[in-house]
Write a protein that binds this ligand. Structure first.
Ligand code: AMP
Length: 113
């Protein structure tokens, strides 16, 4: 798969594409993955339209940290004892959706990320 032309996650944030939301703050949105690779597979995204994790800078580390805080809080909310956090970075890193996202996966893991 290659990078998509459009930022479909920005369209989810805007409410133009529906999602199965599990968590939201002023800066973060999380929703179930449409093609789950585990029993629980959740996308955690910043509402700011950052394309890849290469855009991390000393000025936005707090926002990237909020992705991990959200993962912890969602795991508690969803009663997940253990989980994997995964991030693909850029096309060569397997990223398809051009919007930063952290995969939260738990249980019955499948291959294909
Ligand atoms: P990546 O390969 O890291 O870019 O992962 C993108 C993820 O977004 C994949 O696991 C897709 O299944 C998921 N995805 C694509 N479109 C949607 C959507 N409309 N709602 C929820 N998840 C989606």
């Amino acid at each position: 798969m290659t990078f998509l032309d459009t930022d479909i996650f920005a369209q989810i944030i805007a409410g133009d594409i529906p999602c199965n939301k599990v968590y939201e703050t002023d800066t973060i949105l999380a929703f179930h993955d449409i093609a789950p690779k585990a029993k629980t597979h959740i996308m955690i995204i910043p509402k700011e339209n950052l394309v890849t994790a290469k855009e991390v800078t000393p000025d936005n580390t707090a926002l990237f940290g909020e992705l991990f805080l959200a993962a912890k809080e969602i795991a508690i909310q969803e009663n997940l004892e253990g989980y994997k956090l995964h991030m693909n970075v850029d096309e060569e890193g397997g990223q398809v959706v051009p919007h930063v996202h952290l995969h939260l996966l738990s249980g019955d893991f499948k291959t294909g990320l």
